[in-house]
Write a protein that binds this ligand. Sequence first.
Ligand SMILES: *Cc1c(COP(=O)(O)O)cnc(C)c1O
Length: 494
Amino acid sequence: MKYISTRDISRCPEKVFAAEAIKKGLAPDRGLYMPEEIPALTEKDIEKLRTLPYEERAAEILSLFLTDYDKEKLLCDCREAYSDERFPGGAAPLKDIGGSRFSLELWHGPTCAFKDMALQIMPRLLSSALEMTGEKRRAHILVATSGDTGKAALEGYRDVPGVDITVFFPNDGVSRMQKLQMTTQKGENVNVAAVFGNFDDAQNGVKAIFADKALAEKAEEKGFFFSSANSINWGRLAPQIVYYISAYCDLITAGKISNGDKINVCVPTGNFGNIFAAYIAKQMGLPLKRLICASNANCVLTDFIRTGTYDRKREFFKTMSPSMDILISSNLERLLFLIAGPEKAAAYMNELSENGSYTVSEDVLKKIGETFSGFYCPEEKTARVIKETFEKYGYLADTHTAVAIGCLDEYRQATGDSTVTVIASTASPYKFASDVCASLGSPADSDDPAEILRQLETVSGTASPKPLSATLTLPVRFTNTIKPENMADFIFNN
Ligand SMILES: *Cc1c(COP(=O)(O)O)cnc(C)c1O
């Protein structure tokens, strides 16, 4: 299977194998890589997958997309990535939360958020890609993070052969727990620095390094090249397809559905990566009826799905579901490519970067509406959902998952469609313990991470996940705070 760019409008599009697509991340024309066809999944395939453990489901499904990869090696990598040690309690367990709603818990990995599902396996896919393409240089992953991605990337890339990683986080832009998670990071190939300023300062610093030809040459001389870990890389998207198929299998096993029955999926959405993976699963043949795109107060996607106009020129809200505080959902480009083709996808993206908005044609909007519904959940409602879900159903949801639950409520009220629904649960409630406590009616009166974890344990009668509580006692390894203009020096001198 080969990959093409979402913006390639030539008559003979340039095609690359998966290894090349994963190594490059972004296509040379700035488009995103997409498989040139979507492999099919039959009822029989699903029945076969159903009998396998998660890591084997993952290897089977990934091998359909990564046909140039050695299947044995893929299986080994999946076994390591999704081991019990890394995902105690299972990689993607499904919890019945009542009302034909099932929470697909994607946060049992090392950093307690769903990005682990992709970032535990993607570095291994990159490492294989370097070998397969005869790459002699090491890859140096650069990440600017506002919190969650940095830690998940550090955990994923640590001690992976052929790769090094440096993470920059804004000195005054992350929570104390997030900072502690990063500065105590283990591994021989990892480096972390705080940068004076906010997230944009760190992000702009990283972008400048990527764009600097002299720095690329200097890296070349030292035997490495810069690479990114962000969610537009196909190597991050493909592993996310797996858990929707896996959840469907688990619903059959649990006797909640029969093979062939249609279900709905509701996903708390930021960059449109997670929900797009569900769309691919549907295109493969997984019986998904509607995909409910859940947003927080930054409801740019809700408006888009309802009106066909994507407009990023709007007020930006900082919410208690910060991983969804996004005004440009990069992976939407992949959906536009599949539905409207490369000419229109490229034109819409150009309009977005030039004018900050675009409007899709009637037929494109209609096609999107055949699968997607868009809803958003404002802050007060998110807090109410956390409280009600806990009190009524005994389920403790984090702030992002609560947005999805709130949006599903609205969808059901608006449509009367009570089909069995899988809700993507994207973070442990302990990762956002302070806001969860406040929503439950017991605001924490300290900003000490240990205190806050303890308070949520008391209020909810649940235990905090080990990776978070263990962080509190780990030695701090990284203490540098640097100026944005010194970021490149920091990489080359360490
Ligand atoms: C990244 C993230 C999301 C958003 O996922 P996208 O793939 O960007 O749509 C939602 N919840 C949490 C906790 C996240 O970390």
